[in-house]
Design a protein around this ligand. Sequence first.
Ligand code: PLP
Length: 408
Amino acid sequence: MTTTETNKRDWVELEHKYYQGTFKRQPLTLVRGKGTRVWDVDGKVYLDFVAGIAVNVLGHCHPAVVKAVQEQVEQLVHVSNLYYNVRQIELAEQLAQVSGGMRSFFSNSGAEANEGAIKLARKYGRLHRNGAYEIISMERSFHGRTLATTAATGQASYQATWVPLPDGFRQVPYNDLDALKAATSEKTVGVLLEAVQGEGGIWPGTPEFIQGVRQWCDEQNLVMICDEVQAGMGRTGKFFSWEHYGIVPDIVTMAKGLAGGVPIGAMLTGPRTDVFEYGDHGTTFGGNPIATAAGVATVRTILEENLLENASKMGAYWRSKLEAACAKYPFIDSPRGIGLMQAVHVSNDLAPVIVQKALEHGLLLNNLGPSTLRMIPPLNLSAEEIDEAADILDRTLADVAQLLAAQA
Ligand code: PLP
């Protein structure tokens, strides 16, 4: 289809007709991306601070990812996991290097990575904790949309429609070690948490809590699982967000940014919980040559281009802009986050209004519910792009202030 033909079709209407209505989409049809920018079907350009919901860690169409995928697609698109696959092994080797020697299992998504982690923990419980199987996860957490990961997700709104959910999950308040200890029983096999909660509103764990969980798991022979699907891949300025806390989990799950935009998931384990044996788990597509080729290029680029350091520096710079905005506009406050995983609180349920206005001004932002604005841009973001985004944000917030003044 030519560009002119693409422009002529009413994609919103066609979507309503042909696609199942599970997504509340912005009124925007995107057709091209380069770095931190995306273009819509009418040729309008946007600065992208959503980045595919923390997926495009190198921005859109990074040359290293494009080249890796192009080369791989011409060589070998897919082989089953019945055979050894060079790219898959290379990516596992890279992840071992950044995780202190963990071994990988690749899947296709974050939810599937977490399913694998849950199974691994249950196997550990069967072998080493008298058949214990229950996972304690956190209120306000998000772990995916399969039934088991929905049961692990600590948000009632995601669970209500799907009861009965699989047995073996319970939630405790985040950052509350006493509650976790009180909830632990002989049935408990592990603790599943995000060291920085993402979908729940960008809430970093306290050092006392994250370190306390590690200690509790050691004392009680429990498995500590860190869901790094959103906070991993350098987003917080360290490769894994748990590194900020000086701990090492037993099991780590990843997805989103791992292959720079190509679908992938991964479940990593240290030696204590490396208990899967032949036949315990499997996947047709997981760790496919294209996804893992993109993964190898993404991890290599993050390390070679010092993007952890950049995420840290640019995160601090963007945070200073957010703090200035909070000081200027009374309807936003409480900036929070680590690195390039930032959020602000928005009063009066105005977050969707800000997202809409920012879009009109050419900046893509994302709201988590009505009162949280989330920003998760690429790790190779520049200071100039931050200046530009801050300028657009200021004009956006000025519009909203005017709107409020008109209503008063
Ligand atoms: N875990 C976390 C922390 C996430 O943020 C998400 C998605 O937002 C998931 C798991 C689920 O990942 P996926 O949508 O790839 O299944």
